[in-house]
Design a binder for this molecule. Structure first.
Ligand code: INI
Length: 156
C-alpha cells in the first residue's frame, strides 16, 4: 500500500506564524517556548518565526484568518489556555476558539495547529505547559511541521 505521510523536517521556505493568547500568559508563554523549541529541534531557524499576540483564545481564529488572508503565511500555530473556573465563559471561549481554528484552516487549505489547552484546573494546564504531561505548544508546532510536509507530499 502506498502511504502518504509528512516528515518532521522544517521547510525553511514555508512561513510559519505563532499566535498566542496573552490570557493565562504564565501558561501560554511556556507554550510559545515549546513551539519554538520544536521548530528549532527540527531544523528551523527561530528568527524565521513570527509571534503574534492576541488578548485571549477567543481571538486566535480572528488573527489566524487575518494572517492567512495576506497570502504571506503558510501555516499558523495557535496557542492558548482556557481554564475552567476562571470565568463562566469557559465553554463559549473554548468552543468558539476550537471551531474557529478548524474553520480558518479549512478556508485557506493551510495548517492551523490547535495548541489550545482546555483544562479544569490551573494544575492541569501547568502539567501540559512544559512539566509532567509535556508541552502542548511543542506538540502543536510538530503538527504544523508534519502537516506542511504532508500537504507537499499530497501535491507532489
Ligand atoms: N481567554 C483565554 O484565553 N483563556 C481563558 O481562560 C479565558 N477565560 O477564562 O475567560 C479567556 N477569556 C477571554 C476571551 O478569550 C476574550 O479575549 C475576551 O472575551 C474578549 O473577546
Amino acid at each position: 500500500m502506498k502511504t502518504i505521510e509528512g516528515n518532521l523536517q522544517v521547510q525553511p521556505e514555508k512561513k510559519v506564524a505563532i499566535i498566542a493568547a496573552r490570557f493565562n500568559h504564565l501558561i501560554t508563554d511556556r507554550l510559545v517556548e515549546g513551539a519554538q523549541d520544536a521548530y528549532v529541534r527540527n531544523g528551523g531557524d527561530a528568527d524565521a518565526l513570527e509571534l503574534v499576540l492576541v488578548p485571549g483564545a477567543f481571538e486566535l481564529p480572528m488573527a489566524a484568518e487575518r494572517l492567512l488572508s495576506t497570502g504571506r503565511y503558510d501555516a499558523v500555530c495557535a496557542l492558548g489556555a482556557v481554564i475552567r473556573g476562571a470565568t463562566p465563559h469557559f465553554d463559549y471561549v473554548s468552543a468558539e476558539a476550537t471551531k474557529g481554528i478548524a474553520t480558518v484552516s479549512l478556508k485557506y487549505g493551510k495548517p492551523v495547529a490547535f495548541g489550545l489547552l482546555t483544562t479544569d484546573t490551573i494544575e492541569q494546564a501547568i502539567e501540559r505547559a512544559g512539566t509532567k504531561a509535556g508541552n502542548k505548544g511543542f506538540e502543536a508546532m510538530m503538527t504544523v511541521i508534519e502537516m506542511l510536509n504532508l500537504y507537499r507530499e499530497i501535491e507532489a
